[in-house]
Design a protein around this ligand. Structure first.
Ligand SMILES: Cc1cc2nc3c(=O)[nH]c(=O)nc-3n(C[C@H](O)[C@H](O)[C@H](O)COP(=O)(O)OP(=O)(O)OC[C@H]3O[C@@H](n4cnc5c(N)ncnc54)[C@H](O)[C@@H]3O)c2cc1C
Length: 452
């Protein structure tokens, strides 16, 4: 096989790919890192970071407005204050990966911008060059926004997350298709900026992978914030005329200035040469073993593995794959305690499996639920104290297998529950711990006491 000989080629430099390329190069390997767009992937430019900056700006406004409820007098009422504008603008101005490319260079990675394609075992073509990787290839090609096949949609100037985080002028109204984490976060942020928002979800509830208690909590808050949420809908068609979108939903006609499609993600696996290495080119995800091996001399990491579309999964898998490539010992992949956070207000943090999944798995389940406003800190917090803690226990083993921490700082409260599930801390031990008073995480103790 002809081509430049190297140790490893990384195709796609999302969070995990960038981390793997850097670690391998710093360990002394000759590494080529390839990306067709921006080094760092979706997260820093179009995903986690800009969306959370918008969320931060929006939540600051909401927190200010709560003074009215706390003090009984009119306080902060503007819809788009300079501080929110500044934070939100910063979220959209960092689309230059010079720093990330320099970081790769410093680590010793040879960076090639272009579309990487497997042309055979351990062989990659990019930008007219061929590389043969003695140790193998790491795939981290990630995802694109999925666009549902709704009549007329493709012919309209709809937004995806990549457009929503670029906005500098607010529309008066916005329809969001998709009530998953991304749709819910962006929808609430825009509503808090003063935009009239309608959220459409085809499933019978938003945040469908989460516990029903978490979905209804967020829906109640959205209702109070005048966000119209329609669930169980069938979207008939979408059209665009004279600056307005028209969406037909179950016989109802909705209009808005902008339309955001947040209906899931599509993996970047087409035209990457999977058939040249004996893998199914039609697959939606790549099957990997517990060391991220997909085939001989091929590792896959990140969203394409279907183990959770999160930056922390991509980074976690990168660590396992790099250890395997370097022949270093270390734990294999374990997905029992995958944490996930929806950064709405209240934040919905969850880990492990839901009550329903536990019952479907034949587990002898006990459940404990407590409402945050009834716990001491929730009562003290008052405005903005919506929240629920739900614990799912395997009663036979006496350990938690799933948990939800929704409420103020729900994603931070989750850390305690993630440890409990990851380390299989006995429920009796959790009950005998001391929980600082009056913290939000102390509500976990209440929920433990309610396990039945
Ligand atoms: C709006 C939004 C908010 C999010 N918020 C969070 C959050 O709060 N927390 C969280 O954990 N996750 C969040 N995510 C998910 C997170 O962004 C992804 O899970 C994360 O980026 C990891 O993806 P990845 O490593 O699989 O690759 P990606 O980040 O998708 O990057 C893949 C890279 O591969 C490149 N590529 C693809 N094909 C090729 C090819 N053939 N040749 C060369 N290059 C190629 C692409 O250009 C891209 O740079 C969010 C996502 C979105 C869209």
């Amino acid at each position: 096989m002809s081509g430049s000989e190297v140790d490893t080629v990384v195709i796609g430099l999302g969070p995990g790919g960038e981390s793997a390329a850097t670690t391998l190069a710093e360990a002394g390997l000759n590494v080529v890192g390839i990306d067709q767009r921006l080094v760092g992937g979706e997260c820093p430019y179009f995903g986690c970071i800009p969306s959370k900056m918008m969320v931060r700006a929006a939540h600051l406004l909401a927190e200010g407005r709560r003074i009215t409820g706390m003090a009984g007098e009119s306080a902060v009422t503007p819809s788009w204050t300079p501080v929110a504008q500044r934070i939100s603008d910063e979220a959209t101005t960092g689309w230059d990966d010079t720093v990330a490319v320099e970081r790769l260079g410093k680590a010793g990675v040879t960076f090639v911008r272009g579309h990487g394609r497997l042309t055979g075992e351990r062989t990659v073509e990019v930008a007219g060059q061929t590389f043969v990787a003695a140790r193998g290839v790491v795939l981290n090609s990630g995802t694109e926004p999925a666009i549902p096949p709704i009549e007329g949609l493709a012919d309209t100037p709809f937004w995806t997350n990549r457009d929503a985080v670029q906005v500098t002028d607010l529309p008066a109204s916005l329809i969001v298709i998709g009530g998953g984490a991304i749709g819910a976060e962006i929808c609430q942020a825009f509503a808090r900026f003063g935009v009239q928002v309608t959220l459409l979800e085809v499933a019978d509830r938003i945040l469908a992978p989460e516990e029903p208690e978490a979905s209804s909590l967020v829906v109640d808050v959205f209702a109070r914030e005048a966000i119209q949420v329609l669930t169980g809908v069938t979207i008939g068609s979408v059209s665009y005329d004279e600056g307005r979108f028209t969406v037909d939903v179950d016989g109802q006609t909705l209009h808005a200035d902008k339309l955001l499609v947040a209906a899931g993600r599509r993996t970047n696996l087409t035209d990457i040469g999977l058939d040249n290495v004996g893998l199914d080119p039609e697959a939606n995800s790549i099957q990997v073993d517990a060391r991220m091996r997909a085939a001989d001399g091929l590792w896959a990491i990140g969203d394409i593995t279907g183990k959770g579309g999160f930056t922390h999964i991509s980074m976690y898998q990168a660590g396992i794959a790099t250890r395997d490539i370097l022949g270093e010992p270390g734990p294999e992949a374990d997905y029992r305690a995958v944490p996930r956070v929806t950064f709405t207000d209240p934040e919905v943090g969850s880990v492990g499996i839901t009550e329903r999944q536990a019952r479907e798995n034949g587990i002898n389940v006990r459940v404990g639920v407590t409402n945050v406003p009834e716990a001491a800190r929730g009562w003290i917090h008052k405005a903005g104290n919506d929240g629920v803690i739900k614990l799912v226990e395997d009663a036979d083993r006496g350990v938690l297998v799933g948990a939800t921490a929704a409420g103020p700082n729900g994603g931070e409260v989750l850390s305690l529950l993630t440890i409990a599930i990851h380390a299989e801390v006995p429920t009796d031990s959790l009950k005998s711990m001391i929980y600082a008073y009056p913290t939000f995480h102390r509500a976990v103790e209440d929920a433990l006491g309610k396990l039945s």
